[in-house]
Design a protein around this ligand. Structure first.
Ligand code: GLU
Length: 430
């Protein structure tokens, strides 16, 4: 690799690191504010601002060309005062330590909001699954489990899917863990295929949770979902299922995007066609030459905007230009803290990530309960239970926001952090 290329690589890496760092510090500052509002001392913030445990591992993997490549992976366990830690594992070239830490803190908040008996955890491996074979991915997944097996387990820390990981990867991980422990351990991981103890509704759970939040937020803004114009940024797991649910509910999906560009049509896009053309990484816009940029998409006309892709998308730069009346964050950290203030001042109804995307971990919890009891529920039961939890969480956060006169993000953090702080206090950690 030439020196200029290497320097560019380092430059872009440090950009990712910097982005993750600022995301983490701004998350910490909202946690601090939430604890203050609830009357906790700064000692509580000291306990909760960083994960309790952070493991870095190096995983040797035999690649298809016969050479061994070393991958770096992480597992963060934010706080286990309430119960075992829980959260996904992402496979992505931009994974870094700060991001994994921030995501584990977010998981604690999501579990607190949905009232699940868990603390937050998160894992990640620096890799690009888009350029790896099936066999290489299997060896990497198994190698990761061997590397972290001492600190995870059904009553310790329970992984799940996240960006670019899926039920096949969960199956390999579960199999590897069961071999190490020498007994079948379906409760070690969630998001598994149905035949291996997966749950009905897990794959579409995040999108279902987001849909419920959109319905509730629309009611608050006197909008009818039928006929509302929706833009969805991102066509991955959450974005693609969501486009289908909203389209079926009578909304007009006017815009969608992937990492390479966006499609926008005032008359509504042909969602079924786009879904049939997307690849397993959510890419579809490459097939069209009438694309616009992701930046332009966010500013386009719509009633409801759902950022379902990556972090730092709505910032001070574009928050004034967002046309939507409702913004529902399906991605983690798509709106900066400064942009949250601008949207709130402009009376845009914001449903924060830690609430909107909590449907995934909620159905993961159902999966784990079913694995523990060995008795499985129907999709209708899952949907009903998910609906009850999402609506309750939504209402609780709206009430806290009104009672304390704080924006929806701060209200969500107050709800999310409270049980973890109480459990830590009862345990005598503070
Ligand atoms: N990765 C998902 C999230 O960020 C799901 C985690 C889980 O199911 O444990 O919420």
């Amino acid at each position: 690799m030439s020196i200029t290329k290497e320097l560019n690589r380092l430059q872009s890496e440090s950009n990712e690191d910097r982005k993750a760092l600022s995301l983490f510090t701004s998350t910490q500052s909202v946690v601090h504010e939430a604890l203050n509002k609830l009357g906790y001392s700064d000692d509580m913030f000291e306990l909760l601002k960083e994960p309790l445990r952070m493991l870095t591992v190096r995983i040797p993997v035999r690649m298809d060309d016969g050479k061994v490549k070393l991958f770096t992976g992480y597992r963060a366990q934010h706080n286990d005062a309430v119960g075992p830690t829980k959260g996904g594992v992402r496979f992505h070239p931009d994974v870094n330590e700060e991001e994994v830490k921030a995501l584990s803190l977010w998981m604690s908040l999501k579990c607190g909001i949905a009232d699940l008996p868990y603390g937050g955890g998160k894992g990640g491996i620096i890799c690009d699954p888009r350029n790896m074979s099936f066999g290489e991915l299997e060896r990497l997944s198994r190698g990761y489990v061997r590397a972290i097996s001492q600190v995870v387990g059904p009553t310790k820390d329970i992984p799940a899917p996240d960006v670019f990981t899926n039920s096949q990867i969960m199956a390999w991980m579960m199999d590897e863990y069961s071999r190490i422990r020498e007994f079948d351990s379906p409760g070690f991981i969630t998001g598994k295929p149905l035949v291996l103890g997966g749950s009905h509704g897990r794959e579409s759970a995040t999108a279902k949770g987001v849909t419920i939040c959109i319905e509730e937020a629309a009611k608050k803004k006197n909008l009818s979902l039928k006929g509302s114009r929706v833009i969805i940024q991102g066509f991955g797991n959450a974005g693609s299922f969501l486009s289908k649910f909203l389209h079926d509910a009578g909304a007009i999906v006017v815009g969608i995007s992937d990492a390479y560009g966006a499609l926008y049509d005032q008359a509504g896009l042909d969602i079924d066609y786009l879904l049939s053309k997307r690849d397993s990484f959510g890419t579809v816009t490459k097939l069209f030459n009438t694309t616009i940029s992701n930046k332009e998409l966010l500013k386009s006309e719509c009633d409801i905007l759902v950022p379902a892709a990556i972090s730092n998308q709505i910032t001070v730069e574009n928050a004034h230009e967002i046309k939507a009346k409702v913004v529902v964050e399906a991605a983690n950290g798509p709106t900066t803290i400064e942009a949250t203030k601008i949207l709130t001042e402009r009376d845009v109804f914001l449903v924060p990530d830690v609430l909107a995307s909590s449907g995934g971990v909620t159905v993961s919890y159902f999966e784990w309960v079913q694995n523990n009891q060995g008795y499985y529920w129907s999709e209708e039961e899952i949907d009903k239970k998910l609906h009850t939890i999402m609506v309750n969480s939504f209402e609780t956060i709206v009430n806290v926001s009104q009672l304390y006169q704080v924006d929806m993000r701060l209200a969500a953090y107050m709800v999310g952090v409270r049980r973890m702080a109480e459990a830590s206090r009862f345990r005598g950690w503070i």
